[in-house]
Design a protein around this ligand. Sequence first.
Ligand code: TA6
Length: 290
Amino acid sequence: MSTSAGGKVELLNGISGLPLIKLRTQWSEAEVYLHGAHVTGFQKHDEEPLLFLSKESRFAEGQAIRGGVPVIFPWFGPKEGKAQHGFARVTTWELKETATAPEGAVSARLELPKCPEMTSFQPCKVQFIVTVGAALAMELAVTNESPREMFAFENCLHSYFEISDISAISIKGLKGAEYQDKTDGFVRRTEERDKIKISSEVDRVYLNTTQAVEILDPGFGRKIVVEKEASLSTVVWNPWTEKARQMADFGDEEYKRMVCVESGNVGENQIQLPPGETSRLRVTISSTRV
Ligand code: TA6
């Protein structure tokens, strides 16, 4: 499928033969696996990749892809006896529609099938829409199909960003936000820095913040901007050396080339969705030269 403005969408076989949607535009290209509705790549033609993907990532049923944008639903973090970060990212989604816009953007709409794990939850409909142009726009739409019950869930687009070096970057946009420090027993602190530098393991859940976040990367001469809608939580994570070594699907040195800035509603920001209503978590990732 292609447009007059050069947009093109193809369904291919990706790594390990997993179905992959390739989206190409005049500005950029992106890849989305049906496995987890997982955006594994987004790159503008004249730039370094915007998303990090581990060279050690697994591409297998039941395994989460390490990098890109894991879709976290319906819970964030561990849950007794269940897969960490929910089942959406390890389920094969259905491709419902692809579209090309006259100006050249292209999009794909995927739906989470009514898998067994879903039916043990509230009846709900879950869709993920990826729109590729000069920026990467993603929407996780959850509709509560119960006639009477509220639907309480967490959601998060767990974006891994490619950076020149962890020592070179700084993160702006979280000053004044309260966060839980997962490296220190979830103790609550307030972010006092305008520009956050990372020089050890960082795992922070910033709460009640709707601000856009910027990753300033002088090494790549760019600023990455993460804008979000219908999201109160921002998570910042870098595993650093010890955690990097412990992850089999992550290179020991790869912590230097990535940082996660994740957008969603987790913990006390979890969503309480009334019957019949739809939650639309939207994240737009863009970059500019600096
Ligand atoms: O979002 C940060 C985090 O919750 C970290 O605590 C770490 O567990 C990371 O997610 C990766 O989780 P995963 O299950 O993908 O290994």
